[in-house]
Design a protein around this ligand. Structure first.
Ligand code: PLP
Length: 456
C-alpha cells in the first residue's frame, strides 16, 4: 500500500493518503508534495457543506474586510474599462500606479523611492513566493515570524530552502527581541521576513523594537540577506498607532523589499493588485521578467483604480470609516472573549484579527487529553487547538483558525485561535454567544471526539 502526500483542497495541511492512490507514483514533483496552504481558504468547502445543511455559519476565518469597494475606486475601474484599458500592459506595472506607489510609500516612510524600483503583482501574496524563489537556493535560510502568514513557511519548504521560524511570544506583545533574531541569523540567511501590523496576532512594532531589529541586521546579517517587510496592513491601526517601517531606519532601505497592496487598505481582495518596492532597479527588473513568465501583466483597469485609491483624499475617509467599525468590533470581542472561562485575549494594535490564548479552554473541554489519545498519524495533523476549532465549526458553526494554520514548525503546545473581526458586529455577537455555550459543553466535545469525523 503506497502512502502519498497530496495537497488535496478539502482538509487541512498536506493530506496523507494511506489508501492506494489511482495516480501513478512519481506523478508529482517532490517539491509539490511539500507545499502547504492557507487554511482560511481550505475550510471553505466545510463551511459550504454546513451551509448546504441549512446552518448559518459565523465566518471568523477569512482575512477579508467585509466592506464594499469604495464608490470612487469602483467608478474609476469602470471608467478605465470604458476607455478600453483591457489589454496587455507593462509587465512591471503601469507607470501611473508605480509612480503613485513610489510617492505614497516614500511620503509615509520618509524615503525617496522611485518608480523603477516598483513592481506590481496580482496581490500582496505572489511576491512572497517569487522573492524566496529569486533569492534562495536549496538550503538557504528564510527567517519568518511564527505565528505568521502561512505562505511564508509554505513556500520555504516548497522550494527546499530552510525554514527558520522566529517565534513571537505573547508575553512580548507577540513581537521578538533583537537578541532572539540575532540567534537565528547565519551565513546562509537570505531573507528575514517581517510583518507589522501582523497577521494573525495584530502585533505592531514599536520604534524601539524596529531600532533593535535594524541594529542586529546591520551587525549580523550577511550582505546578500534581504529584509522582506510585509506591510499589507499598514492602514489598519488602532488607538492612534502610526505605521512604522523598518525601511525608514538608517541603512535599511538599501536591503528591504517593501510590500503592500489594495486588499486590506481598500477592502479590495478581489482586485488582485499588490506591489513590492525593491532595493534596486536591477532587482525590480528580475521580478518584471518573472511577471512576464508567470502573469504577463496585471489587469490595467484595476491598476488605475489602485492608483486612484492611493492618492484620492476620499480614501482616507473610507479607511477611517472601516477602522471605526473594526475598533468597535475589536473592543466588543476582546471583552467578550476575556469573559469566557479558559480564554484570554490581548487587544491587537493593528490588522483585524484577534488571537486569543485558549490553553484554559483546551484544558476545560478535555482537548489536551483527547489529543494525547489520538493515533500517532492523526496527532501529526492536528492539535488541541485544532480540535477546539473543529468543534466550534461543526457543532456551533463558528469558523475560526487554529494556531497550526500560521506556521506549523514549532507550534506544538501553543494553544491559540485566530478570529477575524472582518464580519458584521451582529454576526460577531452571535459567534461570541456560541463560543460561550461551546466552552461549557464538555459532553458535546467528548461525543464530537468519539465520533471522530472532523478532527483535523
Ligand atoms: C500578512 C499578509 N500578507 C499578504 C497577504 C496577501 O494579500 P493579497 O490578498 O493582497 O494577496 C495577506 C492576506 O491575508 C496577509 O495577511
Amino acid at each position: 500500500m503506497s502512502t502519498l502526500t497530496l495537497p488535496v483542497p478539502v482538509k487541512k495541511g498536506p493530506i496523507i493518503l494511506s489508501a492506494p492512490s489511482r495516480l501513478p507514483a512519481g506523478l508529482f514533483s517532490r517539491r509539490t508534495l511539500r507545499i502547504g496552504s492557507e487554511n482560511a481558504f481550505r475550510i471553505g468547502p466545510q463551511i459550504r457543506e454546513l451551509e448546504a445543511q441549512g446552518h448559518k455559519v459565523i465566518k471568523c476565518n477569512l482575512g477579508e474586510p467585509d466592506f464594499p469597494l469604495a464608490r470612487h475606486i469602483a467608478e474609476e475601474v469602470k471608467r478605465q474599462i470604458d476607455l478600453d484599458l483591457t489589454h496587455y500592459c507593462d509587465p512591471q506595472g503601469l507607470p501611473a500606479l508605480r509612480e503613485a506607489v513610489a510617492r505614497t510609500m516614500s511620503a509615509r516612510r520618509g524615503l525617496a523611492l522611485t518608480p523603477d524600483r516598483v513592481v506590481v503583482f496580482p496581490g500582496g501574496k505572489p511576491p512572497i513566493g517569487l522573492t524566496q524563489q529569486t533569492y534562495c537556493n536549496p538550503g538557504d535560510e528564510v527567517i519568518y515570524p511564527s505565528p505568521g502568514f502561512p505562505i511564508y513557511e509554505s513556500f520555504t519548504t516548497y522550494l527546499g530552502a530552510k525554514p527558520v521560524p522566529l517565534h513571537l511570544r505573547e508575553e512580548a506583545g507577540f513581537s521578538f527581541t533583537g537578541r532572539e533574531l540575532a540567534a537565528l541569523i547565519t551565513k546562509r540567511t537570505r531573507l528575514i521576513i517581517l510583518n507589522f501590523p501582523s497577521n494573525p496576532t495584530g502585533g505592531v512594532a514599536t520604534a524601539a523594537q524596529l531600532e533593535e531589529i535594524a541594529d542586529v541586521i546591520r551587525k549580523k546579517a550577511p550582505p546578500q540577506a534581504r529584509i522582506y517587510s510585509d506591510e499589507i496592513y499598514e492602514e489598519i491601526l488602532f488607538d492612534g498607532n502610526r505605521h512604522r517601517s523598518i525601511a525608514s531606519l538608517p541603512g535599511m532601505a538599501e536591503r528591504t523589499i517593501l510590500v503592500s497592496g489594495v486588499s486590506k487598505s481598500f477592502a479590495w481582495t478581489g482586485g488582485r493588485v499588490g506591489w513590492a518596492v525593491f532595493p534596486t532597479a536591477e532587482e525590480a527588473a528580475v521580478f518584471r521578467n518573472l511577471n512576464i513568465n508567470y502573469f504577463s501583466c496585471i489587469p490595467a483597469y484595476n491598476q488605475m483604480g489602485a492608483a486612484l485609491a492611493l492618492e484620492s483624499p476620499q480614501s482616507a475617509v473610507e479607511i477611517a470609516r472601516m477602522l471605526a467599525a473594526f475598533t468597535e468590533r475589536r473592543d466588543l470581542m476582546v471583552a467578550g472573549l476575556n469573559s469566557i472561562p479558559g480564554i484570554t485575549c490581548r487587544k491587537p494594535g493593528g490588522a483585524f484579527y484577534l488571537f486569543p490564548n485558549i490553553a484554559g479552554l483546551c484544558e476545560r473541554l478535555g482537548a489536551i487529553a483527547a489529543y494525547k489519545h489520538l493515533p500517532v498519524g492523526l496527532r501529526a495533523r492536528t492539535s488541541p487547538a485544532t480540535l477546539v476549532q473543529m468543534f466550534l465549526l461543526w457543532r456551533y458553526q463558528v469558523a475560526t483558525m487554529d494556531r497550526r494554520s500560521f506556521g506549523r514548525i514549532g507550534s506544538e503546545g501553543q494553544h491559540y485561535l485566530r478570529l477575524s473581526i472582518a464580519t458584521s458586529l451582529a454576526d460577531l455577537q452571535i459567534g461570541l454567544a456560541r463560543i460561550r455555550t461551546a466552552a461549557e459543553d464538555r459532553t458535546g466535545f467528548e461525543i464530537f471526539i468519539q465520533e471522530g469525523q472532523h478532527l483535523c
